[in-house]
Design a protein around this ligand. Sequence first.
Ligand code: NDP
Ligand code: MG
Length: 399
Amino acid sequence: MTRQKGSNPPEKLTVLGATGSIGTNTLDVIRQLGGRDRFEILGLTGAGNVALLAEQARELGVKLAVTADDEKYAELKDALAGSGIAVASGKSGLQEAASLEADWVMAAIAGTPGLEPTLTAARRGANIALANKECLVTGGDVFISTMREGGGTLIPVDSEHSAIFQCLEPHNRDKVERIILTASGGPFRTWSREQMDGVTAEIARAHPNWSMGLKVSIGSASMFNKALEMIEAKYLFDLEPSQIEVIVHPQSIIHSMVAYTDGSVIAQLGCPDMRTAIAYALTYPGRGTLDVERLDFAKLARLDFEAPDEDRFPSIRLARLALQRGGVQGAVLNAAEETAFHAFVDGKIGFLHMADTVESVMERMNDGRPADTIDAILAADAQARAYAEDVIRQKQKAA
Ligand code: NDP
Ligand code: MG
């Protein structure tokens, strides 16, 4: 982890994935912390939601607005006609946005499409506020070494990792025994496998505590989000697999903890609101003043904890396997899970089949391949998606 820079608040910002759940929260934080009076927002990117992107771009007076969808280019161009804002689209447009001279870049594109633009921003030395966990899950070593070469600071945005980042004492880094990632347990925390069999995406997306994008919400129900976060933690904080613990904490008040060799455990707490983690990433190493709900300990009454049940939630076991095996297994887990997630949302496979699919693909690709280049990672990603599609077709036939 690089923590050496960032003593001054950034002035020039770019938000990749501005129209999503993290993106809109980021813009809210930017507004709360001074908006255009304090920051120059250079680039915003989105994909399908061009109307919102155009509105954001006009409001913040950005230089460049990019839709990832080439077919939406004309619509975005029309929506920004007369504004003086440059417009681009597709992968090259995303690269253009990532290449602008912003000194702080929010990486909040959902999924694997976030990898290459975030790497571009990292390579030129921008400080990266990382929401897109897939960057680390698929290509952790490559991403971290690119950050090091670029010289920017990597600041986690995922609430658990922001918590750990806040609890880590840089001078006691060698005294960290383990980190404890908290998980809400999602809407099916107390359900049996039989009850989970047959649930729809509508039911699975209803998160008890956090309001998030669809992928993260379903991933919270299956605990695949936590699986990705275990791998994310390994690369962010340079940990051994045995140092990464998960504990179910249904209230989502403790966002994660660091345990030290003297028996001390430091936790970070707050109401479940991503804007706190986003603001920390923007103001690090300082803090801003944010209008979010405050914790009221008198009302809290209790905090509960339980060990995750790896039989009902095999995702945690699969993450451990991927951590132990290393190489492209993280990329494989991520790609198979993303494919299985889409199949579940489209009603092609059941909720429990997501983990089965991921496990089959991980086994099929357990050949010790290293994840040492972007090409190796993208090749493993593509192959895992194709294998996952195979598994999904077989499951559909069998159903
Ligand atoms: P959303 O689905 O809400 O938003 C995703 C963003 O990416 C949108 O701006 C979307 O554009 C854009 N996008 C979609 N497809 C593409 C593509 N192919 N190429 C480029 N851009 C694309 O996701 P979230 O905000 O929930 O999550 C973003 C990232 O942050 C994920 O990696 C997630 O794991 C992580 N994260 C999210 C948390 C949360 O609370 N939501 C918490 C912690 C981490 P459009 O909407 O215009 O189609
Ligand atoms: Mg999280």
